[in-house]
Design a protein around this ligand. Structure first.
Ligand SMILES: [Zn+2]
Length: 526
């Protein structure tokens, strides 16, 4: 970085004092020359009002490009891939020049005013900075100054250009760092970026992605805080409303999984000596929200959901609840005819639902209920035995016919015949079914599906048949997040994983352009 301030630092003054007169005069000459060059460079930069390439520049570039393409054309072993690669590489320099000049013109056109109070800045000077961009390194000169009112040095052009204060990445490289590192480990991301013609190792891709994750978390916190007043909720709700729609059911599924984190960074040895492991497992809370009429099937019978919202956080149940509530409002909580929550039997989930979605219909994931019966069967008769199957089959049938009281009665009858240890295990299963009895209503859905298959379904049944029996949608979402955040041998720190998970969730929720306004929203980011 070069500044045009003239006063040498104390260190420089001391070094100068130690030099011989010849050295000093040589140094002075160098200094005068470099200052003159910097002055000329600022003067030239300050003149730029638009991005142009000169005819001479274009001419040289064109000749070079055509010559290189001729070489490839005549090379027996080079193909279209070589042509693509060479063109992308060659096009970078003229584009870099244009980007540098366009950014300089924008910096020049930016008023040198305080960003907070709009007052004109004083002690204005020019300072240069390097920016890593999509097309390579750019050198920019921008004016900065002091705001006596807010008491701070400010760089209004950096703000106008979307540049971070201490980070060299341009907004595009900020975005690409965030995108790639939230999808794959940073070491791989650097290599992928390199193949795509981006030099991201220089801007410290991992650090940049983390910075972006913090930005995303700040935006997320703002979005949740926006729900503080009734008007705000109405606004978000209206945004979700769109054109009038048919009555619909809003479906919420909630789950949690474990992530491995290394606690207390830097204290690994100390912890080991105390006989403690430096790693721990932490909960990641996850939820997904969508309208039932947005759920369909592909030609190959694979279920898909056209529009859905996601929430994922390491920040505890309270944080999950606040984020989920916001997402539910944005997805039509206020307009839904019915809200349905499907989840496994975890107590915290149903407490959350009672607290935030008191009118929602609650449904226990059918497959979890079945697993609990299988666990009893395995305990009694052994895993995979015909006796276990024979015992469990009528009970599975009863669950599907909404006869949970009969299931509980069977389990209770069984108890006196068991050993003490088995009785205790069985008791916990009995309690599971007792606590969830009201949430076990599957009969009508199954009947509706059968009627659809037989072609005799009523309109009501056609709708009902589309209602899921289990929480497969959130479970598959968990698996997708785990692909990135639960790899073998991978450790996370809480701030690191929350930041990247937050980026991933913005992407999935189609809210990427909120973080990167230059990015066009894609139709199916999830
Ligand atoms: Zn100010």
């Amino acid at each position: 970085m070069t500044t045009l301030s003239k006063k040498p630092t104390r260190q420089v003054r001391r070094a100068l004092a130690r030099q011989t007169p010849e050295q000093q005069s040589q140094r002075l000459t160098d200094q005068i020359l470099s200052e003159a060059a910097a002055q000329a460079s600022v003067a030239a930069a300050a003149q730029i009002t638009g991005a142009h390439l000169t005819d001479a520049e274009l001419h040289t570039w064109r000749q070079d490009m055509e010559a290189r393409l001729r070489v490839i054309q005549q090379h027996p072993e080079q193909n279209l891939g070589h042509i693509e690669e060479e063109l992308a590489r060659l096009a970078k320099e003229p584009l870099r020049l244009l980007a540098e000049r366009a950014a300089q013109a924008k910096a020049n056109a930016t008023a040198c005013q305080c960003l907070k109070c709009q007052r004109e800045l004083i002690h204005q000077k020019f300072i240069s900075r390097r920016v890593d961009s999509r097309f390579g390194s750019l050198l920019l000169w921008r004016r900065y100054g002091w705001c006596p009112h807010c008491e701070g040095w400010q760089f209004p052009a950096d703000h106008a250009l979307g540049l971070g204060r201490q980070a060299p990445a341009s907004p595009y490289l900020q975005e690409i760092s965030a995108l790639l590192v939230s999808k794959m480990p940073a070491e791989q991301a650097v290599l992928v970026a390199e193949r795509l013609g981006l030099d991201l190792s220089r801007c410290g891709m991992h650090r940049e992605a983390y910075r972006q994750g913090l930005k995303a978390q700040a935006r997320r916190a703002e979005a949740v805080a926006e729900l503080d007043t009734w008007e705000d909720i109405q606004k978000l709700s209206r945004y979700a409303e769109g054109p009038p729609v048919q009555p619909f059911t809003l479906l919420i599924q909630i789950d949690a999984w474990n992530i491995r984190e290394r606690d207390d960074w830097g204290q690994t040895e100390a912890l080991r000596q105390q006989g403690k492991k430096p790693e721990r497992w932490h909960w990641v809370y996850l939820a997904t929200v969508f309208r039932l009429d947005h759920r369909g099937q592909t030609a190959g019978q694979r279920p898909f959901i056209t529009e859905r919202g996601f929430v994922a956080t390491r920040g505890g149940i309270e944080s999950l609840t606040a984020q989920l509530y916001r997402e539910a409002i944005a997805r039509g909580l206020g307009q839904a005819q019915q809200v349905l929550v499907i989840a496994d039997g975890a107590v915290w989930i149903w407490n959350l639902v009672k607290d935030r979605f008191p009118n929602a219909r609650q449904q226990l994931d059918l497959y979890h209920a079945e697993e609990h019966l299988w666990a009893v069967a395995h305990e009694l008769y052994g895993r995979g035995t015909p006796e276990a199957l024979a015992w469990v089959s009528p009970l599975l049938q009863q669950v599907r016919e909404d006869e949970s009281p009969a299931v509980i009665a069977t389990l209770n009858e069984l108890k006196p015949r068991l050993l003490q240890a088995q009785q205790e295990k069985l008791q916990s299963q009995i309690e599971y079914f007792e606590h969830n009895a009201e949430r076990m209503k599957y009969k009508e859905i199954i009947a509706a599906r059968k009627a659809c298959a037989a072609g005799s379904a009523t309109a009501e049944q056609i709708k009902l048949a589309n209602q899921p029996l289990g929480s497969g949608a959130v479970e598959s979402t968990c698996r997708q997040y785990q692909c990135r955040f639960k790899r073998t041998g991978q450790f996370w720190t809480t701030p690191g994983d929350e930041a990247l998970m937050c980026l991933e969730t913005f992407w999935r929720n189609n809210r990427w352009p909120e973080l990167y306004p230059h990015a066009k929203p894609t139709s199916a980011m999830n």
